[in-house]
Design a protein around this ligand. Structure first.
Ligand code: GLA
Length: 383
């Protein structure tokens, strides 16, 4: 479904359910070129928003109740705005959480009606949940707070929603990318200081393509939170607030005092934070071969040391290597989802055909293929 078709459907559904029309807002899913599991370790990430969005039509309803319909799940929820009003359905908890986090920060949220839908694939590691949170955070800021809540705070509102209402102790990357995304630009974010820089990304002679294994991951109560705990344990052992300040020498020095598992997790993070900076330098030189090599190194680390890959994604990574793709790695939190691939233009078609065919032969279903278009993040939809 195109974004325009989705927009028309939302408009129509809103009118049927709630009578008059409201205002339209959208926010985007994201990719991340490099810098995985570094955000909650105070390191660097390098994401960009994509042309796949969650879109919502919203209208204040003059009551203290939220009435919201999810078109994709075909489910309706109604809830109040106090802590004890939390809805049960997990999709509705994202919306509720955003309302609560705004209120907790002294902002205003009153009752509203909403219909939303999206074309960010679910569970693909493209941050559909951050897109949902950012869409509502942005909209409720415009509708009830005169746009006064700062953009970074909107991202934090989404992140706190994950922590407090959805059970995932995520970092700031996804919500940051979804709120700050800018067409044609990746963003390097220093997750410790909050400083960020836009990097125009129009690779000459290369394309970014995502191969979605359609193996679903579930981050809540999951190994994701355990990874974070490992990192925090090692940082504390080294006397640092986060692993951002840790070095390999320091880690080696405590090797015998920590578990082999914690050692591997921390090793990955320490190596990964340097890779982000190396990739930024390489990009500025137009050196895509180095960018690609670093992506393979990240995959290796995520698979062997951080252990967040899975058989299907390792397989896709092997196919990329074998077909001469410049760079390939698992993207996002892990445990399923996509690989992100940096492919020379003249290899693109062969690689995609080969990946689809070989994956289907082995796992009995075709992966989805998405070309990456770096786009704008949270916004009011222009009609
Ligand atoms: C998920 C989390 C992010 C980040 C990535 C891994 O997408 O939401 O905060 O930790 O995993 O880089």
């Amino acid at each position: 479904m195109t974004t325009q078709e989705m927009q028309n459907n939302i408009r129509e559904t809103f009118k049927e359910r709630f009578g008059e029309s409201g205002e339209l807002f959208a926010s985007a899913g994201r990719i991340n070129l490099i810098g995985e599991h570094t955000d909650y370790n105070g390191g660097f990430v390098f994401p960009g928003a994509i042309d796949k969005v969650i879109m919502a039509e919203i209208r204040p309803n003059g009551t203290d109740k939220v009435r919201v319909y999810s078109m994709d799940i075909d489910d309706y929820a109604e809830f109040g705005l106090n802590e004890e009003d939390a809805p049960k359905a997990s999709w509705a908890r994202y919306v509720f959480g955003v309302c609560r986090e705004i209120i907790k920060r002294g902002g205003t949220v009153k009752g509203f009606d909403a219909v939303f839908a999206g074309n960010v694939p679910l569970g693909a590691g493209l941050s559909s949940s951050a897109a949902l949170e950012s869409c509502f955070a942005f909209a409720l800021n415009e509708l009830f707070n005169d746009g006064k809540i700062e953009k970074f705070e909107l991202a934090r509102i989404g992140q706190s929603t994950e922590h407090n209402y959805c059970g995932v102790n995520c970092g700031i990357m996804d919500q940051f990318a979804s709120v700050f995304g800018k067409e044609g630009n990746l963003m390097r974010l220093d997750c410790r200081s909050g400083e960020y820089e836009y990097f125009p990304f129009r690779p000459e002679g290369y394309k970014l393509v995502l191969i979605d294994s359609r193996v679903k991951h579930e981050l809540a109560d999951s190994p994701y939170n355990k990874r974070r705990e490992s990192c925090e344990r090692v940082a504390a052992k080294l006397g640092h607030e986060t692993l951002r300040d840790a070095t390999m020498e320091e880690l080696e020095a405590v090797k015998s005092d920590i578990s082999a598992e914690d050692f591997s997790r921390a090793k990955f993070v320490i190596e990964e934070k340097d890779r982000v900076l190396a990739v930024c330098d390489a990009l500025e030189r137009g050196d895509y071969e180095t960018v690609g090599r670093k992506m393979y190194e990240t995959h290796e680390g995520l698979s062997k040391d951080y252990e967040v890959s899975c058989e299907e994604l390792d397989f896709l990574n092997d196919v990329a290597r074998e077909t001469g793709v410049a760079g390939s790695r698992i993207m996002g939190g892990g445990f399923g989802g996509c690989t992100i691939n940096l492919v020379a233009d003249d290899r693109h078609d062969t690689f995609v055909a080969e990946a689809v065919k070989r994956f289907n032969e082995k796992y009995g279903h075709e992966p989805m293929v998405y070309d990456v278009v770096i786009s704008d993040g949270a916004r009011r939809v222009k009609e």
